[in-house]
Design a protein. Structure first.
Ligand SMILES: Nc1ncnc2c1ncn2[C@@H]1O[C@H](COP(=O)(O)OP(=O)(O)OP(=O)(O)O)[C@@H](O)[C@H]1O
Ligand SMILES: [Mg+2]
Length: 277
């Protein structure tokens, strides 16, 4: 398993912030973590990001147990990218300089700049590279933060409420962008969010409560959701009952003399298949 936690706990004195979390995530999955305030989402992300030590349990990332890694700083800087709610960009640096920052010491300045501008191009900010954060919109700043998280070619991106400060249409765009990157580069994404619309765009939702996983659910794709909606519509019900008196459905060729046609049967078989998924 690419990422695995086994009975992970993080206690701060009496506070059991994370209290026995076991989860498994495959490479390339896009997972969201939801749950009420104080349920341990940020703490869990911090542990996965090797930014804090565990009270007990095991974490395996990229098939390695974190407890057996000697240099976690190098491990983190090579394999992980981080995106936060308040983008954490440095105010006096340009977008380009912010994005190339994680590469300092790893390659020459020319290579760093080339890599950073490639990523800014990917997030659609080619013509904003020399702007500082205060000259950018909220969504643009968050896209710079995404570019920065990806500049070291991470295997795993950890995002803590990356769209928390954005309006709903910008949120959609940022989620679509992250999903595209997830699919094209096969990077594993873990996104903490309060927003059900954001969670719906991911493949799996993990719900935390009092430091424990209370539920895990798979998200069906939007196309499948659409077919389900059609199935539950009046049309869907008429097909299921194999009977219609609606002349328009006859005109569509789904029924003839109140009996299902071959086209009607095909649509009906689609409904049956979608039920099996
Ligand atoms: N450094 C710390 N010291 C003591 N308690 C902490 C510390 N960090 C977090 N906690 C506590 O651990 C619990 C979980 O906190 P965490 O930040 O993980 O919650 P969260 O799910 O991210 O909440 P939110 O949705 O509000 O961001 C909370 O009760 C919090 O007060
Ligand atoms: Mg939090």
């Amino acid at each position: 398993m690419f990422l695995k936690t086994v009975n992970v706990k993080k206690h701060f004195g009496e506070v059991k912030a994370v209290d026995g979390v076991s989860l498994e995530i495959e490479k390339g999955e896009f997972v969201s973590i939801m749950g009420p305030s104080g349920s341990g989402k940020t703490t869990l992300l911090t542990l996965l990001g090797t930014l804090d030590s565990l009270t007990s349990g095991d974490i395996i990332i990229d098939y390695e147990n974190l407890s057996s890694i000697k240099d976690v700083d190098t491990f983190r800087s090579k394999k992980m990218g981080f995106i936060f709610q308040f983008h954490n960009l440095i105010g006096y640096l340009t977008a380009l300089e912010n994005v190339e920052l994680p590469l300092h010491g790893l390659m020459s300045i020319d290579k760093r700049k080339a890599k950073a501008s490639e990523l800014l191009d990917l997030v659609g900010l080619k013509d904003r590279m020399h702007h500082i954060p205060s000259q950018l919109s909220g969504g643009e700043r968050q896209r710079v933060a995404i570019a920065r998280a990806l500049v070291n070619d991470p295997l795993l991106v950890l995002a803590d409420e990356p769209t928390g400060e954005l309006d709903s249409s910008t949120t959609q765009k940022i989620m679509d962008l992250m999903k595209k990157i997830n699919q094209e580069k096969n990077i594993t994404f873990l996104v903490v969010t309060h927003d059900p619309e954001v969670a719906k765009k991911t493949g799996k939702i993990i719900i935390l409560r009092d430091g424990k996983i209370s539920r895990e659910e798979l998200v069906k794709s939007a196309s499948i959701e659409d077919i389900m909606t059609l199935k539950n519509s009046t049309l869907g019900q008429q097909l299921l009952q194999k009977e219609s008196g609606d002349p328009y459905l006859e005109k569509l060729g789904l029924f003839k003399e109140k009996k299902l046609t071959r086209e009607g049967e095909l649509l009906l078989s689609l409904f049956e298949k979608v039920e099996e998924l």
